[in-house]
Ligand binder design. Sequence first.
Ligand SMILES: [Zn+2]
Length: 406
Amino acid sequence: MRRATKIRLYPTADQQNLIARQMGCVRFVWNKALDLKKTAWNERRESLSIADISALLPVWKSGEYPWLKEADSQALQMTLRHLDRAYTNFFAHRAHFPQFKKKHAGRQSYAYPQRVKVAGNTVFLPKIGWVKAVVHREIAGTIKTVTVSRSATGKYYAAILTEDGQALPEPIRHITHVTGIDLGLKDAVTTDNGTKIPNPKFLRRALKNLRRKQQSLSRKVEAAKKRCLAAGRPLADLRQFFGSNIARARQDLARAHERVRNARTDWQHQVSRRLADETQAVCAETLNGKGMMKNRRLARAIADVGWSGLVTKLEAKLKAQGGYLIRVDRFFPSTQLCSRCGEKNTTLTLKDRTWTCAACGTCHDRDVNAAINIRHQGILQLKAAGLSVSAHGGGVNPSLIGMVAA
Ligand SMILES: [Zn+2]
């Protein structure tokens, strides 16, 4: 089983310099390779392979770019492999076209494919040496890759991917606990048994703070633009007109972003842990992120809750215990169907938090009813996959399950 552990690094000033140089070399090779690939394609309709470019590395080192010798050669190879993957993802419509890496981008990183060692609270990084770290969890198994990064706020991390040689636990064949969840804005998660996990308020508050900091930075950049133009210089030279106040405002904003990100990740881990501990399979609606993002106010709130991050973490935790995450098609009308009798209530609006079924008279909590329906649908999918499900609960008449699906 593979496992990723992210630990904080505390490099000395000298080591920080060495890390910055590694990042610089890796960034240079990425940009150079991307440029070569683009030019080869645009001018000659030729597609350069990573092997072709790899073969150039020794030429560069002994010729035009001798300083590349300072870099860990495997880290350079690794960045070429990453570029290759970026192209593959682009052609598979999974990602945008690979971009040139900027020196002034907030986060910088590079990866080692091997030769990293961990001992106590120190980590050995090739070309850097032993770096002080806080290893909060035992690094067990073989170290596969290590990604060293520096955040926009100047913190250093190592993300260590290990393989413990053990297979994933056998998937559970006979499922006795299934949970349906409805993802919402007021309550981030509602389960079919009525548990509601509210959307954390701290994110909303933090967002206000972020917006203010962003505006303050924009104002300063605008002022620098005016100074630049007034001096008769092109905007390409804008950076030279940045004062220390911009650097400070940037750091400030980056720090605020980091706090929000960390708080959200923590929350997602807690919620997904809690759900995974209680059940063997979770059924959730697939989220049409793109479609929903068209509604800007809703988009803000969704980005807030971080549904996709939550579902991804939940899936990993369930899999690690042999469980399942079932994605239910979003076109399935989970909200409108009465989970008791299958009647469809087409008059339901977004505002209705509760409603009474016209056919059977059951009073429904909108989200709980949706979660029950999603659970029914998920159970059908589990059964269709050939698994045995003997989960109880939800007050479901088995003869209705077919109706809900229809
Ligand atoms: Zn009904």
